[in-house]
Design a protein around this ligand. Sequence first.
Ligand SMILES: Cc1cc2nc3c(=O)[nH]c(=O)nc-3n(C[C@H](O)[C@H](O)[C@H](O)COP(=O)(O)OP(=O)(O)OC[C@H]3O[C@@H](n4cnc5c(N)ncnc54)[C@H](O)[C@@H]3O)c2cc1C
Length: 817
Amino acid sequence: MQNVKQNLVVIGNGMAGIRTVEELLKIDPDHYNITVFGSEPYGNYNRIMLSPVLAGEKTVGEIMLNTEDWYEEHGITLHKGVEVTKIDRYRNQVEAADGTIVPYDRLLLATGSNPFILPVPGADLDGVIGFRDIHDVHTMLEVSKTKDSAVVIGGGLLGLEAANGLMKNGMDVTVVHLLDTLMERQLDEVGGQMLQKSLEERGMKFLMQTATKEIYGDGKVEGIRFQDGRDIKADLIVMAVGIRPNIDLAKKTNLHCEKGIVVDDTMQTFDPKIYAVGECVEHRKICYGLVAPLFEQAKICAQHLAKASVFHYKGSMTSTKLKVTGIDLFSAGDFHGNDDTEELVLQDAKAGVYKKIVLKDDKIQGAVFYGDTADGTWLFQLMRDGSDISEIRRSLLMGQNHIGDTGTAGVDMVSHLDDSAEICGCNGVCKGDVIKAISEKGLFTLDDVRAHTKASSSCGTCTGLVEQLLAATLGSDYSASPSEKPLCGCTSFSHDAIRHTITSQGIKTIPEAMKAMDWTTKDGCHSCRPALNYYMICAWPEEYKDDSQSRFINERSHANIQRDGTYSVVPRMWGGLTNPNELRAIADVADKYSIPTVKVTGGQRIDLLGVKKEDLQDVWRDLNNAGMVSGHAYGKSLRTVKTCVGQEWCRFGTQLSMSLGVELEKFTWGTWTPHKFKMAVSGCPRNCAEASIKDFGVVCVDSGYELHVGGNGGIKIRSTDLLTKVQTEEEVFEYCGAFLQLYREQGHYLERTAPWIERVGLKYVKERINDDPKGRKELYDRFVYSQQFMQDDPWAERVEKTDEFTEFKPMKELSPV
Ligand SMILES: Cc1cc2nc3c(=O)[nH]c(=O)nc-3n(C[C@H](O)[C@H](O)[C@H](O)COP(=O)(O)OP(=O)(O)OC[C@H]3O[C@@H](n4cnc5c(N)ncnc54)[C@H](O)[C@@H]3O)c2cc1C
């Protein structure tokens, strides 16, 4: 059939360009063949979150918005790391630096901005950078490893976030600012001074009203000199003195540009085939530098690209928040005021709170909040709506909870808001949208809401409001993210906080951990002891000595206790294969110890049921002497690797699934995991080994191996998600080891891979495993490293130690699960 789709080419793989594509796919996914060019070598990422990455609060993987799989899933051709150098408006095609030529029916320019670099002598020295992209962040992090002092030129939002991040990486940072107030575009003098004071208390230094004369150094930055003659040494200079719309390509193409690429209210440039969105755009004489307006532009632009709208973009009102942890700051509109305006002011220097609201004719013109910004969203909404505030004027500074008859200050900030009130400023998501999504789509977690509505997924400052909406809508069904909840009644620390404390403080024993985290009980309980034991094993595979007393009885006994008090014993059968010697040994053991039931399990091995407690040791010794080790059928560990007969025997088999399964089992057995971990290898897509309900399932196909993760049989069946497809067995091992290690390091104790993936998101897992080859290799290496100590500690010896399973000393609370 003839392809009637038109070609859309997008130049700029950033936040505005890809948001436009996302909006377009929602309205009309089949309208265009889409090609995206991005000069950065990544998928689309959340540029706003570069500051938390620099501050060590997030990883690069965590800020990826669209992985490469996303482009593939939507049939989008991505040329990443490729710059478009020419637009041929006569031939309607673009030409890229690597020689690629792509024709277009419609072209979207979303080339963003460039940081402005002051044209002072020395600005081209090595060590002078802007703060715009992942590359800049990597440079800053690298320098901070070996050097001490940095200067940030510019005391605006970006400059302060850069300075904060560098300080958190141990650098001595001086911020140089031309004016006498920090963030003068967002703060008035009082707010600016309060901000400066609290940053100084954290160790940030300032040179105010200071102009840069030159940067000096021999090839590399060594210092900076100012107009007033002062001079300071520096190893790194970050210029954060503003941005300039990136219009070079548009200008070369003779598109009409002023400060930015000029567009009309449909986001169309002067060439009707070319649209533009984002920071590169000038709309009604304004260039925007925050995402909220750019996302509004993206929505309108997508509608016109899909030829599905009469809506127009009329400009945006913006508000700002600073992303420096522990500093709350909000500002919006015209907060300076003039002769026609009045001001409401609340200032409590001791509490570090300052609020100023500027009014004109009983309408809010602007506001600055410092120290207490909880009412920012509500106030911004009143301002955008042009609401008459005469009736609530007296309570305005106290906040919305003091309005009306509730008098319930501090209870919640969202109940008074109308459904049309904007919750997430970056993404333009209203209260009604969030509630509707929660109720209609059955959402339960913050991540669910982020995925369905995008609320709280950009700068994250509205997260608290979204959580309040979840709580208000779900009532008792809502529970905050499990990662925030204390592990058990013995501690106020959550699973994640415990793991972090263990690794960051180098804690290597359970008593030390209990002391460091203020345990309220002397011995812990059946919830925290096994969890602590597991977290220690995972963190310190070489140094930590497994504490058998912190294990459940089944793990201590190396067998599963049965309802009549006897045990079930399951020796390992690699990949479900066995041989006459093993079968003979099992038969001999069954005879010798009068074991009443011998049963083939669902995991392709043989279970000896009804073993008496007093025979356990001897049963294991006999099996062990015949070369059989434990199948860990009781363990929070690798259980089985189920296989089909595969290409070895089956007419349909595409690969050697049996030998691959055996090798995978030999590679992973003995590892301890947060919960049981099962694998399978199917030799063809008929999937006889049921790989699609395993924690890690391999489905062999003619061209390689599909790798599936997060499956679960049992009560709540969950079929796997496709992680990726690889071509060689070697890659299967690398992905398997990396996935297992990621789960080992991040899963909460007693959390299977299925809920873990739902908690962290498949996107996150793909980013860590698929999109980050270096990170994947590191995970794999850590797994292999830890395996030495698991497998080197012979299982046979463990069962020889009688005290490990006959004397149950201090952990009386522990009971079978
Ligand atoms: C550190 C930092 C913190 C920020 N914090 C906030 C915040 O808290 N709140 C907020 O609202 N905003 C914030 N911003 C601003 C926000 O990130 C930007 O407004 C937004 O990213 C702009 O989107 P864009 O798509 O227009 O440009 P970009 O996201 O910059 O994307 C443009 C892309 O186009 C590519 N490109 C350019 N020319 C070409 C070409 N010829 N060929 C191929 N590719 C090309 C560029 O490499 C770039 O990847 C912050 C920005 C930074 C740098």
